[in-house]
Design a protein around this ligand. Structure first.
Ligand SMILES: [Zn+2]
Length: 282
């Protein structure tokens, strides 16, 4: 496949041809940075792990050049960091047995530029070959600009697919800002009770980010446990780990639907819930 960035690549852990590897995809996740997939998309990664008929393909949009660095990596140049982060992402694809790992290698500013058509065109080309049944990206209430931009480019690409090629579901996962605030009826939850050590292994691969003093590995496993425990205030824990997603499917089933109004509806249901409880018990 030819992408807009000459340095973009498709890594296939088991050595199949790029096209064969992509065509077996059933679950595809698109994220801004190296490590976001492992933080947010453990649900589909585990669902596809060791399955003959389910395959996870990861897509990372940015090049990792602007990554924070410390410790062992303190004096690394932007290009050194790019190489380290690509290497880490490929290691994760091997450990998680992904169908393919796509690295689109864009500078963040290109992904954030809504007038640049290239990221959407690359995603569209990938979707046409892979034809995933389910697609995952960042949720639209995330507080990281590149995450939200990645979600918007993903939605734009799916909207351009012919109706019969569109995935059946599109979900937005939590990274920078969790989705605990959403009404329980709005939450799509993914049970992460199993393969805890594999989840930890996937998160631990990203040493260059963890070394910067950010324990994303511990924080992410902790969030999954907290989600499971705090989901129900009455009754015992039914899962040991859980992640939440915002259902974005209506935005691609109906390409005319307004993205801002759609997200505002989730926020206003939360707002009404808080206000209603305060009024009831005042
Ligand atoms: Zn990120």
């Amino acid at each position: 496949m030819q992408f807009h960035q000459n340095s973009a690549e498709i890594f296939v852990p088991d050595g199949l041809s790029e096209e064969q590897a992509l065509r077996r995809t059933t679950h595809m996740a698109l994220a801004a940075h190296q490590d976001d997939l492992e933080i947010m998309a453990a649900g589909p990664i585990l669902e596809c792990f060791q399955q003959k008929d389910k395959w996870f393909t990861g897509v990372v949009l940015t090049d990792g050049r602007g990554s924070p660095r410390d410790d062992l990596y303190k004096n690394y140049s932007d290009e050194d960091m790019r190489i380290v982060r690509i290497k880490e992402q490929k290691k994760a694809a091997i450990v998680g047995e992904y169908a393919a790992q796509v690295l689109l290698d864009y500078p963040s500013k290109v992904v954030k530029d809504g007038s640049n058509p290239h990221p959407v065109e690359d995603i569209l080309a990938l979707l046409k070959v892979a034809q995933p049944q389910v697609v995952f990206t960042h949720n639209l209430a995330d507080k990281h600009d590149t995450h939200v931009s990645t979600a918007l480019r993903t939605i734009a690409a799916i909207r351009r697919l012919p109706e019969n090629l569109r995935p059946k579901k599109l979900y937005g996962f939590e990274v920078w800002r969790d989705l605990d605030w959403m009404m329980d009826s709005d939450k799509v939850s993914f049970d992460l009770s199993k393969h805890e050590s594999l989840q930890a292994a996937l998160l631990g691969i990203f040493d260059s980010q963890i070394c910067g003093g950010k324990r994303y590995d511990l924080a992410t496993m902790g969030r999954r446990r907290a989600n499971a425990t705090y989901f129900e205030s009455h009754g015992v824990d039914v899962t040991l780990g859980m992640s939440y997603a915002m259902d974005l499917t209506p935005l691609v089933m109906n390409p005319g639907k307004d993205v801002v109004a759609y997200v505002q509806d989730f926020i206003s249901r939360f707002s009404q819930d808080v206000t209603g409880r305060l009024q009831k018990f005042s």
